[in-house]
Design a protein around this ligand. Structure first.
Ligand code: IMP
Ligand code: MG
Length: 179
């Protein structure tokens, strides 16, 4: 019989705070006085974005784009659906995309191409986590929180089948099999 997967802490709330502060410092050094547009990718990066932007003490705007989710699967189908696109012009703007996970790289490649067509002045990526072992398409991550092993992670906004988003830590879920 399969039980509900049990989350195990990979990065604690404390470690996440340290990482988010480090990222905010690097982003501040690059964007202070530039009035960037921060584009948060829903739903997975909403908690990360909320913590990050509150450490950025300069004028900026926040927008959201929503892409398709995995559903119950733990592998991307490779098909990406744009559920909610961008509704403001970003031509000539400094744009920073905030994402939860770069896995195969397909989602980000699709999204960065979509945004590049809108001719921003600069387009950079801040990712909370990176799973380089699973990369299929190269993606340049300008600001990275954590490199993670090839395991399915949840918590701190990241879900599995809409569950576990509310966990304060970044956790790994492993399915426990029992008789
Ligand atoms: P990619 O297109 O394979 O790079 O997939 C990236 C997206 O898949 C991320 O933004 C997540 O939404 C989702 N994803 C990838 N790995 C995980 C995981 O370990 N946990 C939860 N979602 C994941
Ligand atoms: Mg995502």
């Amino acid at each position: 019989m399969t039980q509900e997967p049990q989350p195990k802490v990979l990065f604690s709330r404390k470690e996440i705070n340290v990482a988010v502060k480090r990222l905010a410092k690097a982003i501040t050094a690059d964007y202070l006085g530039k009035h960037p547009v921060i584009i948060s990718i829903l739903k997975g990066s909403f908690v990360f974005t909320a913590d990050l932007i509150r450490l950025l003490d300069f004028p900026l705007e926040v927008e959201f784009i929503r892409l398709s989710s995995y559903g119950k699967e733990k592998e991307s189908s490779g098909k990406i659906d744009l559920i909610q696109g961008l509704h403001i012009p970003i031509k000539g703007r400094e744009v920073l995309v905030v994402e939860d996970i770069v896995d195969t790289g397909r989602t980000l490649t699709y999204l960065l191409d979509y945004l590049r067509h809108m001719e921003p002045a600069t387009l950079r990526l801040c990712a909370l986590t990176d799973k380089p072992s699973r990369r299929q398409v190269p993606v340049k991550i300008d600001y990275l929180g954590f490199t993670v092993p090839n395991k399915f992670i949840v918590g701190y906004g990241i879900d599995w089948d809409e569950k576990y988003r509310h966990l304060p830590n970044i956790c790994v879920i492993e399915e426990e099999l029992s008789e």
